[in-house]
Design a protein around this ligand. Sequence first.
Ligand code: NDP
Ligand code: 8X3
Length: 252
Amino acid sequence: MNKKVFITGATAGFGEACARKFADEQWDIIITGRRKDRLLKLKAELEKVNGVQVLPLSFDVQDRKQVFDTIKQIPGEWQQIDVLINNAGLALGREYFDEADIDEWETMIDTNVKGLLYVSRALLPFFIEKGKGHIINLGSVAGKQVYERGNVYCASKFAVEAISQSMRIDMLRHNIKVTAVHPGAAETEFSLVRFRGDEAKAKAIYDGLKPLTARDVAEVIYYCTTVPDHVCINDIIVCPTQQADAIYFNRK
Ligand code: NDP
Ligand code: 8X3
């Protein structure tokens, strides 16, 4: 039987790249996100190209009821999940604290923090029943260090860091590994979303920089699942070579 991974935010960026990477490694995959058309397209492709099984589940991680109802209805054979990748997330805006849009703050907190909590709690019974599991949370360099006009996005990723640490402690008794992966600048749809569709602003983030690709990050995430059962990679920061941390870059 193939191993199974559950990925949030698999319609773009890291999540989609993880789906492709795990499919390449012959895992069956539960892909999730709000854009159903993209999920169905990815399912068709991975099943055809990689010969693995793919279960698409469309829901909004911000909606607690939707998350719990959807996960409760996962068919029996799919409940044998080995790895959960809590990846769905976003940044909205890059404004000073006193000028930022409060609705956007709420969306970031509801998605990056509350969404991750809901999905984790809804899936945990499968891991606990199985006596093992592995949760991989997508943090960020922005969850290690704040930067100017990063305010609530940074706060949401600091929360992911804190949640990962506390999950790791509380899940010890259930034999569940918790890994936090903290990427630096990666070119995905992330900046386009952050700058509300402004392509020029999104592109400028990567000026003079060879950023990470979504595949680079997927390779790191996959690696975390390949170590033996008695080994857990707790925390990884992965950046482009031209980036030292959340603030310092060597742009050419
Ligand atoms: P993308 O914008 O490319 O992809 C984001 C994914 O999250 C999409 O699949 C989107 O799906 C999903 N998503 C967003 N909101 C929701 C929601 N409410 N419900 C369900 N799914 C949702 O971004 P990345 O791949 O770059 O980012 C993935 C994660 O990595 C995020 O947590 C981000 O904060 C983090 N990160 C990104 C970095 C970067 O530089 N790119 C660096 C460090 C961390 P859909 O819209 O279909 O719902
Ligand atoms: C995404 C990386 O530096 O734009 O989390 O915050 S950054």
